[in-house]
Write a protein that binds this ligand. Structure first.
Ligand code: DC
Length: 232
């Protein structure tokens, strides 16, 4: 009763998935990371030699799309949702650099997007879902009851990534990370197919100077209000 769809779009590295997961947990909703699906297709392409010398073999990928089955299962130990590619848990591998470096090209392939969007819409057919990505509030769920566009200053996003990578022991260069953040913004917003844009009814959440808890409180208040209205 009263269940809604919460669509979260926004710039890369601004904490969309962290926020979406916390929100789903609070509401008892399903969480779906749509970026993980594009990452899984990219992993399939890398493993099956569909990328040659940095170039995607487009026709072969399209031909093999029906063979790519993507799913999500809860890890019983951690309670977290993990990504599966043809029944194999690929959650860690899809986050690695080879996939990160090529995923934006895969995400521009119209046939890939068509399939992913269809599957994403199926996940949301009973509502009660929080989904994050780049086109969730514009293409996947244009009728979502709550649409959020998340962003933060590029320098702040870069600093967060810098701190995160440093903590993991990687040797990192702040200027390089900042450039990567800005490049990805440009790629996401300027691509021809399903570019990242702010849906007309979306509320903008700039978390440059907000803590996670402050953001969650802010969004939860909005979500609960809509859920209540939906119950009437
Ligand atoms: O959110 P992420 O970094 O895991 O996304 C990986 C890539 O997929 C990134 O290049 C943006 C793209 N993407 C997309 O085009 N549409 C979505 N709904 C989600 C992600």
């Amino acid at each position: 009763m009263g269940k809604i769809i919460i669509a979260i779009d926004g710039h890369s590295s601004c904490g969309k998935s962290t926020m979406a997961k916390m929100l789903a947990k609070e509401l008892g909703y399903l969480y779906l990371d749509s970026g993980a699906m594009y990452r899984a297709v990219t992993l399939y392409a890398l493993r099956n030699n569909l990328i040659d010398k940095g170039k995607l073999i487009y026709d072969k990928l399209i031909e093999q799309l029906p063979k790519i089955k993507i799913g999500f299962n809860k890890n019983l130990k951690t309670g977290k949702s993990e990504t599966y590619l043809n029944e194999e848990n690929v959650e860690d591998e899809i986050r690695q650099l080879p996939v990160s470096n090529f995923v934006s090209s895969i995400a521009t392939v119209a046939e890939v997007r068509k399939r992913m969007v269809k599957q994403q819409q199926l996940f949301g057919k009973d509502k009660g879902i929080v989904m994050d990505g780049r086109d969730i509030s514009t293409i996947v769920f244009p009728d979502a009851e709550l649409k959020i566009f998340m962003t933060a200053l590029p320098e702040i996003r870069a600093q967060r990534r810098f701190d995160e990578l440093k903590k993991k022991g990687s040797s990192v260069n702040f200027e390089e990370i900042l450039k990567n953040v800005k490049d990805r913004d440009k790629q996401d917003t300027n691509r021809k197919i399903s570019p990242l844009k702010i849906a007309p009814e979306a509320i903008i959440l700039d978390n440059s100077y907000l803590t996670r808890q402050e953001q969650l409180t802010w969004v939860l208040e909005k979500a609960n209000k809509i859920i209540k209205e939906n119950e009437c």
